[in-house]
Design a protein around this ligand. Structure first.
Ligand SMILES: O=C(O)CCC(=O)C(=O)O
Ligand SMILES: [Fe+2]
Length: 343
């Protein structure tokens, strides 16, 4: 990326501290324990207290992740011109991208995005009155040769793990295990490969600026370099999540916060960059169908605990976010608090 352009520089209050506080507290959950009740209560506590947890013994074969990590490294090592052949554009918000913005500031990263459904149905634009839908098919690079296969095999495993987790989450909220499943048919789930090159000014920029994930669940794999920071709910302190070999980091997104009527909060996080090492991470975003109307579940609201959010459409929300990370806007990008019912 050459010289550090002004567009990357974070406002003073958002700059990362170079002294690291490493989290003791992010719960580590063993998904293989046979006692479902115990598992459900561990997941429930983690969601309520942190919004984040790590899982081990999750059933995803390490070999598939390693194959994808290798494919990702090979892809990002290609000459820029080759990567630009699968660049996202105004009409398709997926593919390769190296100028993404988070909240109007540039991230120090390159990404490759693809969707799980083929095709994925999305609104043509974020405009509320535009009813047109589009069918998106993924861009695949010609190299490395097994790139598409590695991506697709891994995404299937992520989908399986997501259903396991969303069912535990439903149980932890006192709902039927399959309560959320219907929302994820014709999902808009996406997988992202993140590449963070070494950066000469890690105290001034971020790999990903502070944000909340907008959708259902995120399943993140981070390599052993580390850089993910989570805003601790108890005191607002930024806490580094230490990489655990073979583990996944799970966080609830805004959609689950709304469904749960604030019982579970979607927590802010960000990624720091490293002055010497490159870093790779692989988030999977388990997101509902574009047609989903997101609103607090009726089972979780009543007269004493009325709905805290107005209903909104997931497809339009997603396209709004996509527009704001493609182009710098004069206004703040869309956030779920815009739908909060005033008290
Ligand atoms: O790379 C990371 O550790 C975090 C990435 C992330 O939060 C995202 O892509 O939404
Ligand atoms: Fe994120």
């Amino acid at each position: 990326m050459g010289e550090v352009d002004q567009s990357f520089i974070q406002a003073v209050e958002h700059r990362p501290k170079l002294t690291i506080i490493e989290a003791q507290g992010i719960p580590l959950i063993d998904l293989s324990i046979p006692d479902t009740q115990l598992l459900v209560s561990q997941v429930g506590d983690a969601c309520a207290n942190w919004g984040f947890f790590q899982v081990i013994n999750h059933g995803v074969p390490a070999i598939l992740r390693e194959k994808l990590e290798f494919a990702s490294k090979s892809f990002f090592a290609l000459p820029k011109e080759e990567k630009l052949m699968v660049r996202r554009n105004e009409s398709n918000p997926f593919g390769y991208y190296d100028t993404e913005l988070t909240k109007n500031v540039r991230d120090w990263k390159e990404v490759f995005d693809f969707t799980v459904e083929n095709p994925t149905i999305l609104p043509a634009s974020p405009e509320p009155d535009d009813k047109e839908l589009i069918e998106l098919v993924n861009y695949w690079p010609a190299n490395p040769k097994n790139f598409r296969e590695a991506c697709e095999e891994y995404a299937q495993e992520m989908t399986k793990l997501s259903y396991k987790l969303i069912e535990l989450l439903a149980l932890s909220l006192g709902l039927e295990a399959n309560r959320f499943n219907e929302f994820f048919r014709e999902s808009t789930s996406r997988l992202r490969l993140n590449y963070y090159p070494p950066c000469p000014v890690p105290g001034l920029v971020l790999g990903v600026g502070q944000h909340k994930d907008g959708g259902g669940l995120t399943i993140l794999y981070q390599d052993n370099v580390g850089g993910l920071e989570v805003k601790r709910k108890t005191d607002g302190e930024w806490i580094r999540v230490k990489p655990t070999p073979n583990a996944y980091i799970i966080n609830v997104g805004d959609v689950i916060q709304v469904w749960s009527n604030d019982k579970y909060e979607s927590v802010e996080h960000r990624a720091m960059v490293n002055p010497a090492k490159e870093r790779f991470s692989i988030p999977f975003f388990f997101d509902p169908s574009h047609s989903t109307t997101v609103k607090p579940l009726h089972e979780l609201t009543n007269d004493e605990n009325p709905a805290k959010f107005k209903a909104y459409n997931w497809g339009k929300f997603l396209m709004n976010r996509k527009r704001s990370n493609f182009k710098k806007l004069a206004v703040e990008n869309i956030q779920t608090y815009h739908f909060r019912v005033s008290e």
